[in-house]
Design a protein around this ligand. Structure first.
Ligand SMILES: C[S@@+](CC[C@H](N)C(=O)[O-])C[C@H]1O[C@@H](n2cnc3c(N)ncnc32)[C@H](O)[C@@H]1O
Length: 236
């Protein structure tokens, strides 16, 4: 299923897409790359020690794949990356190509972006020797999340626009899918969301936001390790 959408130019000179289905841009109009770098790379990927041999990331809402490409480009040298993501309304490669991210990304990150958009779902895509990606083309509400994650990038449309991805069962599954010390990051600081995250057991670190946003959430899992895959169905 593909959603109707059209490119927009954001204030840092990088492009994004506006979804006609949701009536919303995929990134901040103050700067798509600036926002992705600040929230997901600086407060997600970079919160993991560069000494970790492998980083395991899950992204809610692959969209254009900008967070994926920036993660490949900015991981520590020789660090392995296992990236899984979910997308309910996948974009086609020509839609992503029209955003000219080749002008902002390294050649290898851009090649990886193309390989993931054109590649199969539900099966590992080895984009380099050190990076593997699995994309799940479904709704997060119905999937089994991967386990032992270091970081979750939670990049759904905002909770006032779509409630389901931000529901307690989904957030609880995120909590259980993280390693102890694992980090869940997002752009939203909605009050009800903060209360829900604290109720599940996350420790919230409210950070200054990227341009155009006062704050953002970096939520840390404290507690005992939970191993094995986590089924959302089992938690309803
Ligand atoms: C804010 S955009 C994400 C932007 C994306 N991370 C990027 O860098 O382009 C939200 C994304 O979540 C996807 N989405 C919306 N509802 C979803 C759901 N229930 N399950 C999985 N993906 C969903 C949308 O299609 C869209 O691609």
């Amino acid at each position: 299923m593909s959603i109707t959408s059209h490119p927009i130019l954001t204030q840092d000179g990088s492009k994004s897409i506006k979804s006609d289905r949701f009536g919303l841009p995929y990134h901040s109009e103050f700067g798509a790359i600036t926002e992705s770098m600040y929230i997901y790379i600086d407060h997600g990927l970079k919160a993991v020690s560069p000494k970790e041999k492998t980083v395991r990331i899950f992204e809610m809402g692959l969209g254009t794949g900008l967070n994926l490409a920036l993660s490949i480009q900015h991981r520590a040298e020789h660090q392995h990356l296992h990236y899984e993501c979910v997308e309910a309304y996948p974009l086609s490669w020509p839609q992503v190509q029209a955003l000219d991210y080749d002008q902002h990304l390294s050649a290898s990150a851009y090649q990886a972006l193309k390989a993931v958009h054109e590649g199969p779902s539900e099966t590992p895509i080895h984009v380099t020797e050190e990076v593997s990606v699995i994309k799940h083309l479904t709704q997060i509400e119905t999937m089994k999340l991967p386990s032992d994650l270091d970081v979750i990038y939670f990049d759904a449309f905002g909770p006032n626009s779509q409630a389901e991805p931000w529901s307690k069962p989904v957030l609880k599954a995120c909590f259980e899918a993280l390693k102890p010390g694992g980090i869940w990051v997002t752009f939203s600081v909605q009050g009800a969301l903060k209360r829900r995250l604290r109720g599940i057991g996350f420790e919230l670190r409210i950070q200054p936001g990227p341009p155009g946003k006062r704050e953002m959430i970096q939520a840390v899992k404290q507690g005992n390790k939970v191993s094995g895959d986590v089924s959302l169905e089992a938690q309803k």
